[in-house]
Design a protein around this ligand. Structure first.
Ligand SMILES: Nc1ncnc2c1ncn2[C@@H]1O[C@H](COP(=O)(O)OP(=O)(O)OP(=O)(O)O)[C@@H](O)[C@H]1O
Ligand SMILES: [Mg+2]
Length: 112
């Protein structure tokens, strides 16, 4: 199992969610976050130098999925989230050791 954490532009949430709906996914979390990448948020020019480090609103989507579903999920997200401009976001993929469905006590892939 893997956790896919996709940070995307706020305005892309609806379209990404629609595409994931069509594709099928086990479940997701959506968080409204703030952050910055390597441009350090909004950068202002002042007397020839760049100033101000700030945090821009983004959406983070977390999906825990079977290993075999990861590729189709990340390609759907990236296809829609990409504008080609800086700030399109990032996708982090990490291993998940276990999952438990609280209602039934099921564990492992069946609980996803
Ligand atoms: N290394 C990182 N660790 C944690 N979060 C990150 C990291 N890089 C980016 N993020 C998150 O992703 C959001 C979007 O990042 P962004 O797309 O600007 O990345 P970037 O590396 O600067 O790429 P680009 O040059 O295309 O802008 C950030 O606001 C932050 O929330
Ligand atoms: Mg950036």
């Amino acid at each position: 199992m893997k956790k896919i954490e996709a940070v995307i532009r706020v305005e892309k949430l609806e379209e990404v969610a629609d595409s994931l709906e069509a594709l099928g996914y086990p479940g997701m979390m959506v968080s409204h976050i703030e952050g910055h990448g390597r441009q350090k948020g909004l950068v202002e020019q002042f007397r020839g130098r760049e100033y101000k480090v700030s945090f821009l609103p983004k959406i983070k989507i977390d999906i825990v999925a079977r290993d075999s579903d990861v590729e189709k999920i990340i390609s759907a997200i990236s296809r829609i989230a990409k504008t080609g401009e800086i700030g399109d976001g990032k996708i982090f993929i990490s291993p998940v050791e276990n999952v438990m469905r609280i209602r039934t006590g099921e564990k492992g892939e069946i609980a996803i």
